[in-house]
Design a protein around this ligand. Structure first.
Ligand SMILES: *Cc1c(COP(=O)(O)O)cnc(C)c1O
Length: 362
């Protein structure tokens, strides 16, 4: 048996074992063509099927309306930080953002290259330990932007901010895409680097409401326009075929295992197992997120009484095959990323370890 550890890294992150096994099994001879999927044309019928099935699975699982375009793009979520303002800007209108952490800040910075930006709310005053409440955007905004899940700090939006009808809401869902049921059609644009909750690195999923793609200025380079890719079903040029293929396998697996509703139940159960340990530890484990309604289902962030104990906990976790528990360098502490692909068994093993670690070290 190949050895597999429990991988709590924030991204690239763990993938479902059945998905990896299937990719392995069909690697050398894909769909009976005697070649791997890495070696065939992106215009071949074998690849074309994978490509369109992956898009259909996104539509189906997210219950997207017909006017939503599903795009497979490159450059990561970081490229969307500028492609969003580039494609959605409107002359004379301001772009409105909520600042809930490092990724929001990077998005805000890029928007600044295209026009005036308002930060309508921020949780920076308390080291991003909560999602601002009662956020509202104004009617004259070109668009409104949030970071749906804050990977580094461990906060997640669990409510929809108030957005005027004409203003499209944009969300960076890189680290929580499809983690729970939500009305995905309430968003004008959704984007997500695949390597956290969807598949491997190398592809970014972007979902755009069709009418919003007309806004882009005429003199924009072809590859930077969403509409270029939408018109060609993301086959304008050679795309990241292997990454899309892996996304397709993982979307299929999500569908087979009950889709987003079943995934939400599992994710809530997993997160509760860890937050209960934190809450029941009498302060030994201290969650970074002060507002319980803002706690992420995906990234559980916490501190121990000292940095020495944190280092020890990370080390001893490793010895138990619990890998990747060190917090992001900018906040320190510990972080368990428990994305869709993390199993209940993995979380239970981590939970037992944390309880035991407290007993031994308190
Ligand atoms: C990881 C991450 C990004 C950056 O994604 P890249 O694909 O590496 O550009 C952006 N936003 C969020 C919320 C992330 O977690």
């Amino acid at each position: 048996m190949t050895k597999r550890v429990f991988n709590f890294y924030a991204g690239p992150a763990t993938l479902p074992l059945p998905v990896l096994e299937r990719a392995r099994d069909e690697f050398l001879d894909f769909a009976g063509c005697g070649m791997s999927i890495l070696e065939i044309s992106h215009r071949s019928k074998e690849y074309d099927r994978v490509h369109h099935e992956a898009m259909e699975l996104v539509r189906e699982l997210m219950h997207l309306k017909d006017d939503r375009k599903v795009l497979w793009l490159q450059g990561g979520a970081s490229t969307q930080f500028y492609q969003v303002p580039l494609n959605l800007q409107l002359p004379g209108k301001r772009m409105q953002y909520v600042n809930t952490g490092a990724w929001s800040k990077k998005a805000i910075k890029e928007a600044g290259f295209y026009g005036e930006v308002d930060v309508v709310a921020s949780s920076e005053d308390s080291s991003f330990s909560y999602i601002p409440k009662d956020v509202e955007f104004s009617e004259d905004a070109a668009f409104a932007h949030i970071t749906g899940n804050n990977t580094i700090y461990g906060t997640e939006w669990h409510y929809m901010p108030k957005v005027p009808d004409e203003v499209p809401l944009v969300s960076d869902m890189s680290s929580h895409l499809m983690d729970r049921v939500m009305d995905f059609n309430a968003f004008g644009v959704i984007y997500a680097g695949a390597q956290k909750n969807l598949g491997p690195a190398g592809v970014t999923l972007v979902v755009v409401r069709e009418d919003l793609m007309d806004r882009v200025p005429e003199n924009t380079p072809t590859m930077q326009k969403w509409i270029t890719h939408a018109k060609k079903d993301s086959l304008f040029n050679t795309g990241p075929v292997f990454a899309i293929y892996m996304c397709k396998l993982s979307l299929e697996y999500l569908k087979e295992t009950g889709g987003i509703p079943a995934m939400e139940r599992l994710n809530r159960e997993k997160a509760k197992l860890l937050y209960d340990v934190i809450d029941g530890s009498g302060g030994f484990y201290k969650g970074h997120v002060t507002d319980r309604d803002s706690r992420s289902l995906m990234n559980v962030t916490f501190n121990l009484p000292t940095p020495e104990l944190e280092a020890k906990c990370v080390e001893e976790g490793k010895e138990r095959d619990l890998i990747g528990l060190k917090g992001h360098r900018s906040v320190g502490g510990m972080r368990a990323s428990i994305y869709n692909a993390m199993t209940l068994e993995g979380v239970k093993t981590l939970r037992e370890f944390l309880i035991e670690f407290q007993d031994k070290n308190q």
